[in-house]
Ligand binder design. Structure first.
Ligand code: YSA
Length: 332
């Protein structure tokens, strides 16, 4: 065994050093270990310094062992340091030694932003915002809207039915209009509501059609409401969202739950883009929910906020809204 002038054996020093290194975990403990064994006044350095006082034969043996131990301990120290760093900061975790970076904040989806702007415009005109179920019953989506089973108008709303063992009349709502019946069933006139929400249709997609999209429904029922109120309200909405100079067009349209019915389009670079369907609530719909249709009249509309946003922001394809591409989403 190589015994040195300090009386410390190289083997004993190695045992102490290895045992102490194994329990050193924090960077402070590792540094203390380095100072104790490899530092300028450390135990191994002291051993190396004491070699000079040994006779030549002893110096050769003890010197070789001590130098070998120095290389060995330096290697072990580096390995242990790496190990401690990788257990302390696994890949992807916070590296507290890095300079601070600004965290990126998320934002509201462009559809949500548009829905909020639209509902706010109507809130300021006295409409209250409410929401309804996306999984709907056939009765509300069709029957109470004067679209009984077998009615050809059902084809307009290509329906995704819910596969259920207990009942066969559940579907993903094809429009927000079922909320007309739900609201009137549970409240007496006067009624003024807007209903934003997601709709689903079993149809192929193109630049202006998605199979899932949002709508904002509007309903006003009271004594003495006329078609002039419908037009005045929708003109005011268009003025607030698109400005006074944007051209607006009303055309006759057919929906079984209104009489008369219209659609409204907005000018887009010389083309008319339809943004909503509307009309005077059909007397059969009023009577279906127990309202007296000789006393009350009303108007209703259903618009597509993604289409409104396309017109406002010059977006050429509705599919961008749901593609989850940050290059699109972060522009809003
Ligand atoms: C009509 C009369 C009322 O008294 C009340 C509401 C309505 C609207 C009716 N419920 C309806 O859904 N009509 S609609 O099929 O023409 O859609 C209305 C609006 O929703 C469209 O003008 C469009 O803006 C949007 N929309 C419809 N299908 C869409 C769509 N947006 C994106 N993708 C689709 N596939």
């Amino acid at each position: 065994m190589a015994e040195t002038q300090t009386g410390e054996s190289v083997v004993g020093l190695k045992d102490d050093a290895v045992a102490a290194l194994l329990v050193a975990e924090s960077s402070e403990q590792l540094e203390a270990w380095r100072v104790e064994f490899l530092g300028r006044k450390g135990r191994l350095t002291t051993v190396l310094r004491g070699l000079g006082s040994l006779d030549i034969e002893q110096r050769k043996v003890a010197g070789a062992a001590a130098n070998h131990l120095r290389v060995e301990l330096e290697t072990l120290f580096e390995e242990r340091q790496q190990q401690a760093i990788s257990t302390r900061a696994p890949a992807g975790s916070i590296d507290v030694t890095l300079p601070g970076r600004k965290s990126s904040l998320g934002g509201l989806h462009p559809s949500t932003q548009m829905i909020r702007e639209i509902t706010q415009a109507f809130n300021e005109m006295g409409f209250q915002t409410i929401e309804g179920p996306e999984i709907e019953l056939e009765r509300y989506n069709f029957d109470l809207l004067n679209i009984p089973a077998g009615h050809p108008a059902r084809d307009k709303w290509d329906t995704i039915w819910v596969d259920s063992e207990s009942r066969g009349d559940m579907l993903l709502r094809t429009h927000t209009s079922p909320m007309q019946a739900r609201v009137m069933e549970t409240s007496d006139p006067p009624v003024r509501v807007v209903v934003p929400g997601k709709c689903y249709r079993y149809e192929s997609t193109d630049a202006t059609h998605e199979w899932h999209f949002n709508q904002v429904e509007g309903l006003a029922v009271d004594e003495g409401i006329t078609f002039a109120d419908l037009k005045g309200t929708l003109y005011e909405f268009a003025r607030r969202i698109f400005g006074a100079s944007r051209k607006v067009r009303f055309r006759c349209d057919y929906f079984p739950f209104v009489e008369p019915g219209v659609d409204m389009s907005i000018d887009w670079n010389g083309n008319w883009i339809e943004i909503l369907g509307a009309g005077m609530v059909h007397p059969k719909v009023l009577e279906g929910v127990g309202y007296d249709s000789s006393k009350y009249t009303g108007f209703a509309f259903g618009m597509g906020p993604e289409r409104v946003s396309m017109l406002r922001n010059d977006i050429n394809d509705i599919r961008h809204f749901f593609a989850n591409d940050l290059r699109f989403l972060t522009q809003f």
